[in-house]
Design a protein around this ligand. Structure first.
Ligand SMILES: [Zn+2]
Ligand SMILES: [Zn+2]
Ligand SMILES: [Zn+2]
Length: 596
């Protein structure tokens, strides 16, 4: 498992081990170049740093590998290796110069005083004496990392879901102009902090998982999407921000129109001011190559439909206002000219010539306004309504098939599926939930979501679960392989009873309740074959560690066996009512002593 994703405890269904194993398509870990088809993206690492050397080391005691060509045999290394650029080649340790080296396993990469831990393959190549790093990430890991990096404290669950869908659409629905990877990690594409944003990860994870594989579509076509911090009260059409991009971008992308946003301005427009000297502006514009030195005047030549400056007149040179914003941002930081929605006036004084800017909004203004989305989320709008506000006419659909997810409500759960005929399975599912309730004596605390993926491959790519898993539960969210597959193997009722039990137990468990008790009670009540096995090989603390992060099927199975054994002992000795009280409030030492 990708460690980045193990935020909420994920309970795998053990039933798959014995029974579904052969039904599940075998597939290995992703490695190599990365492509949308296999559910991965190549993402540039440290793309603004211009590093000439880095150190690669195995992360903790785990092993790391290096290959000097894509099809070469991997060599395990246990000591740090220096990798440096020599014009267009890379040199790893005392090896010969090579076009690229491939790193794999559990890696710790260090350069420019920063260290990043990765469990993903990395290709290291070089251009003009600088290292070029491309990390192969599952699409969903990429989306989760970007949502964690780009979201803020004002976001709610629904604005994060909307953002996840926009981030995924941006990544998959267009080319981004990089030769060595699909996307860079800077705001040129979408910001990705490889280390930061730990406080945002749990929320980003659930927003990404609950929208896994979903992108924006417009009348059967995949729709490109953008987002920005704050539109200042009206979003921008792409033609006014990127006039060169497409002669009639507005007609080519009719879901991206300039639109009033009454939500982000509810508590006042985001206004800003900046005063910048002629000398500083001259330096910034010549560094970016947009205007030569010697100019003395700066005016807005043309405004777009939203009111933003579209074209500026710098002396006698016409430049795009967005190019101006980016040139100043690169030279002086992004906190000066926050948007192209500004007025500018010239001030002459004894100190020299200065330009005063007064503007509103932050970012390019195209697509989703994050401030507006957060305000809508707080007012109770869902992700679909948020996206409809910023991308009128666009719909949310499955990336691979273009089909929209259907939601079918029954009792206390919501079935989400792409297959309308799954509705026939609702009675069986309701019965499974009913059995879970009566065996545990628990009622759902809120609506349980059960999402059935259209194929084993789609399930793996969307959830990053291993192929031997039939279904899993995180909190009150259940992800499952196609229900049809489970039903055809007569596994639907037992697997779903097991998963519903997890959702019920999780709704009651205190955060400190050990995993073995949470898993063990489910096993005991589910009446799965493993629960009857005596004499576990693992002690309680060993079982707990293995449940938190089993590396393989056998370890996971042993942990489940042990959890079931101890939980059954507890139930036999103390009764269900007492054990449920301990689930909520913690286990006393005397109870632990009695069952070991
Ligand atoms: Zn389980
Ligand atoms: Zn980029
Ligand atoms: Zn807005």
């Amino acid at each position: 498992m990708n460690r980045f994703l193990s935020i909420l405890t994920r309970f795998f269904s053990i039933l798959t081990l014995a029974l579904v194993g052969m039904a599940i398509t075998a597939s290995g870990q992703t490695s190599g170049a990365g492509s949308h088809a296999d559910g991965t993206l190549r993402v540039g690492l440290w793309t603004l740093w211009h590093d000439k050397a880095l150190t690669a080391a195995p992360a903790s005691s785990a092993s790391a590998t290096i290959r000097s060509c894509e099809s070469c045999a991997a060599r395990v290394f246990s000591h740090p290796i220096q990798i440096k650029a020599a014009s267009g080649k890379v040199i790893a340790g005392d090896g010969d110069p090579a076009a690229s080296v491939w790193l794999g396993g559990a890696l710790q990469l260090s350069a420019h005083g920063e260290t990043v831990m990765l469990h993903n393959p990395v290709r290291v190549s070089a251009r003009s004496g600088e290292l070029v790093l491309a990390v192969t990430l599952p699409v969903e890991s990429y989306v989760e990392r970007v949502v964690a990096s780009e979201s803020g404290a004002a976001d709610g669950p629904e604005s994060l879901k909307a953002l996840a869908i926009v981030v995924r659409s941006f990544a998959l629905h267009q080319a981004h102009g990089h030769a060595d990877y699909d996307l860079c990690d800077s705001t040129h594409c979408q910001l990705l902090h490889w280390n930061g944003a730990s406080d945002r990860r749990a929320a980003a994870h659930s927003a990404t998982l609950s929208t896994a594989g979903e992108t924006l579509w417009f009348h059967g076509q995949r729709a490109a999407a953008w987002f920005h911090q704050n539109c200042g009260g009206r979003t921008a059409g792409p033609a006014e921000v990127w006039p060169g991009k497409s002669a009639n971008a507005a007609t080519a992308m009719p879901w991206l129109v300039s639109r009033a946003d009454p939500y982000c301005t509810a508590h006042g427009a985001r206004e800003w001011s900046a005063t910048i000297s002629l000398a500083d502006l001259t330096a910034a514009l010549s560094a970016a190559g947009v205007a030569r030195p010697g100019w003395k005047t700066l005016t807005v030549a043309r405004r777009g439909e939203s009111g933003r400056a579209a074209t500026l007149l710098v002396g006698s040179t016409r430049i795009s206002a967005e190019d101006f914003r980016i040139a100043v941002g690169r030279a002086m930081g992004w906190g000066k000219i926050l948007s192209t929605w500004f007025e500018v006036s010239r001030l002459d004084s004894a100190q020299g010539t200065q330009f005063a800017f007064h503007g509103r909004g932050s970012g390019h203004g195209v697509g989703l306004c994050q401030a507006g989305a957060a305000a809508m989320s707080a007012q109770g709008h869902d992700a679909g309504q948020i996206l409809a506000q910023f991308f009128p006419g666009a719909t949310v659909a499955d990336e691979a098939s273009g089909t929209a997810w259907q939601s079918m409500r029954a009792q206390a759960f919501n079935l989400e599926t792409l297959d309308a005929s799954d509705g026939q399975l609702l009675p069986q599912l309701s019965q499974a939930l009913g059995e879970a309730e009566s065996r545990s004596g628990l009622q759902p605390a809120g609506t349980i979501t059960l999402r059935s993926f259209r194929s084993t491959e789609a399930f793996r790519q969307a959830t990053l679960a291993p192929g031997w898993v039939a279904a899993f539960t995180e909190g009150n969210w259940i992800g499952a392989q196609p229900l049809r597959t489970l039903a055809s193997r007569k596994l639907l009722a037992p697997v779903m009873r097991h998963e519903f039990l997890h959702a019920l137990v999780e709704s009651q468990a205190a955060p400190s309740t050990p995993l073995w008790l949470r898993e063990g009670l489910v096993e005991a009540w589910a009446g799965d074959p493993v629960a009857k096995q005596p004499a576990p090989r693992l002690k309680l603390d060993q079982a707990d560690r293995a449940l938190a992060g089993a590396d393989n099927e056998a370890q996971s199975k042993a942990a489940h066996d042990a959890a079931a054994f101890y939980a059954q002992r507890l139930l036999d000795r103390f009764g269900r009512g007492q054990v449920l009280a301990w689930l909520r409030n913690g286990l006393p030492a005397s109870a632990l002593a009695a069952i070991q």
